[in-house]
Design a protein around this ligand. Structure first.
Ligand SMILES: [Ca+2]
Ligand SMILES: [Ca+2]
Length: 201
């Protein structure tokens, strides 16, 4: 169920391949609204990486913006340092479109980028720092996931599990099973679910 409002004001870009992972990264996971976010910072005591990221996502299937800043650097004079930071966002199955806003930039470099793998969006920030130096990086992306209609539990197929969820929620309001978003779970939603029943499920 893709929302297409306001996208015309954004610049559509295509994500490149994900870079290979860097060794000795330290990863931290947090879960919010049932969605897992993973941050990775290269583990080196001479590095300083200050991050702040915000996602306005409410549910696993919601359209959302992700934005953040990263300031990184080190204080080793006469040393060359590679510093890397990653921020990964779990996505439900479905077609993903990412819109990159104008305020997606770095100072003096192009070392902020994003990439898509199945059910995962990763923002990469990295750079090589010669001498004592700090730089800041900014991203802002809008993320749209077109999940299959009727896939209530977001596992990529429409089957008996979704049917059971819909029946459990029958007659209720503000439900994930309200597939046509008219406010109530009823026979219209059941029709949508059955019309999208997955082959072989
Ligand atoms: Ca399902
Ligand atoms: Ca409905």
């Amino acid at each position: 169920m893709m929302t297409t409002t306001t996208i015309c004001s954004y610049l559509l870009l295509f994500a490149g391949d994900c870079p290979s992972s860097v060794t000795n990264m330290t990863y931290t996971e947090i879960t919010k609204n049932g969605i897992t976010y993973t941050t990775g910072i290269q583990d080196n005591p001479s590095h300083t990486v200050i991050t702040n990221q915000i996602d306005n996502r409410k549910t696993a299937t919601s359209v959302f913006d992700t934005q953040g800043t990263v300031t990184m650097g080190h204080i080793d004079v006469f040393k060359l340092n590679h510093i890397e930071y990653t921020y990964s966002i779990d996505l439900p199955p479905g077609e993903v479109v990412v819109y990159q806003h104008d305020d997606f930039y770095t100072y003096n470099s192009t070392w902020v980028d994003y990439c898509l793998k199945p059910q995962k969006l990763t923002i990469h920030v990295s750079g090589v720092f010669w001498g004592a130096m700090f730089r800041s990086f900014v991203w802002r992306l809008s993320v749209f996931v077109d999940t299959p209609d009727g896939d209530i539990n977001n596992d990529g197929v429409v089957n008996g599990v979704d049917l059971g969820l819909l029946i459990n929620e029958w007659g209720t309001e503000n439900s994930q099973a309200d597939l046509d978003s008219n406010g109530i779970v009823d026979s219209v939603d059941l029709h949508i679910l059955l019309a999208n029943w997955s082959n072989g499920a």
